[in-house]
Write a protein that binds this ligand. Structure first.
Ligand code: PHE
Length: 345
């Protein structure tokens, strides 16, 4: 019996066959189990001879089953490893890939350009109070500029510390927050979202601005002009850009200047920023020397500290740089538009 079973085990072709033999020999009704049961009915002399033989057979069969099972399992694993090879030469399927939005790209570029000039990046809340957004910037409650900003106000019940809350209409309140929280000299830019109740091809209710602020001793308009020229040339990646500073008015700067960049036209008549002899001008930002009242409102002595500030529409910069003529698609999240301008794979 033993040798017959051992031969069967050696020939078992798979794990199922091994298990079948185990049940047949060692299971409850198995042949070896049956032999073990006969030991009870034997005389002590008979048992002394038969016992070791039957137990020996059981052990030999158990060991043979385990060994065969191990062999078969190893073979199965080898077979699986052989078929499951990873083919490194197959083309990779990438699926859809995300990309950085043009507005974010411009913000990153601005941070890099100004970092080279020693400017840090500052931030402020988009939900502002009217003191930071207006009053401290020399725009008192009755000032017509408040109406001009098309401000989104929160209801009176949501006032904080008695201050009316609003969505900031420009990044200029970050000037105030920076001057109140750090000592001069100050060199910061503050990119971020701004809000005005306004909507057409070149205005969206939410848009982006970047604020610039320098506060130090002896700062003058020359510093402002040089800084803006350096920035514009780096941003549009050409050296022959002419700037035009036009006298203007902002309550928080004095004197104030609006800044235009010269454009020329390519052979198809499209406007291209730059060219030593401009065909025309495009306004890109507002700027000026920080008003002494603003410096004083922040607790600094305007006789000791002077500075310049500028504010610039980031979306507009992106439109000019990438030749886009409508602002609204910036915020539609339409992949076809992003792809058209090369911003999505
Ligand atoms: N805050 C102004 C605007 O939104 C821009 C500006 C900023 C002008 C700083 C001067 C100085 O129009």
């Amino acid at each position: 019996l033993q040798s017959g079973l051992l031969a069967e085990i050696a020939e078992a072709g798979d794990l199922g066959a091994v298990e079948a033999i185990r049940v047949k020999a060692l299971g409850k009704a198995g042949t070896v189990t049956g032999l073990l049961k006969t030991l009870g009915g034997m005389s002590p002399e008979e048992r002394q001879i038969a016992g070791p033989r039957i137990h020996g057979a059981r052990e030999a069969i158990t060991a043979a089953l385990a060994e065969r099972k191990g062999t078969l399992e190893t073979a199965a694993l080898d077979a699986r490893l052989a078929t499951e090879k990873l083919d490194m030469t197959l083309p990779v399927s990438t699926g859809a890939q995300g990309s950085v939005h043009p507005v974010s790209q411009v913000m990153d570029e601005l941070a890099e350009i100004f970092a080279d000039l020693g400017f840090a990046v500052a931030t402020g809340p988009e939900i502002e109070d009217d003191w930071h957004n207006f009053t401290a910037l020399n725009i008192p409650e009755t000032h017509p500029a408040r109406a001009m900003h098309d401000t989104f106000y929160f209801p009176d019940e949501q006032a904080r510390d008695g201050k009316k809350m609003l969505l900031r209409t420009h990044t200029s309140p970050v000037q105030i927050r920076t001057m109140m929280s750090q000592q001069p000299p100050i060199r910061i830019i503050a990119p971020g979202r701004t809000y005005r109740s306004d909507s057409d091809a070149t205005h969206t209710p939410m848009f982006h601005q970047v604020e610039g602020l320098v506060i130090d001793r002896g700062i003058h308009m020359g510093h402002l002009k040089w800084t803006l020229e350096t920035f514009v040339k780096a941003f549009f990646e050409r050296d022959d850009i002419v700037l035009r500073l036009r006298p203007s008015f902002f309550p928080f700067t004095e004197p104030s200047a609006e800044v235009d960049v010269g454009y020329t036209r390519d052979k198809d008549g499209r406007r291209i920023i730059g060219g030593a002899e401009p065909d025309g001008w495009m306004e890109i930002l507002g700027s000026g020397m920080v008003h002494p009242r603003v410096i004083a409102a922040c607790g600094l002595d305007p006789d000791e500290w002077q500075g310049f500030a500028f504010g610039c529409g980031i979306d507009r910069l992106a439109m000019l740089k990438y030749g886009m003529d409508d602002l609204r698609p910036f915020f539609d999240g339409d992949l076809r538009w992003l792809k058209h301008y090369g911003f999505a794979a």
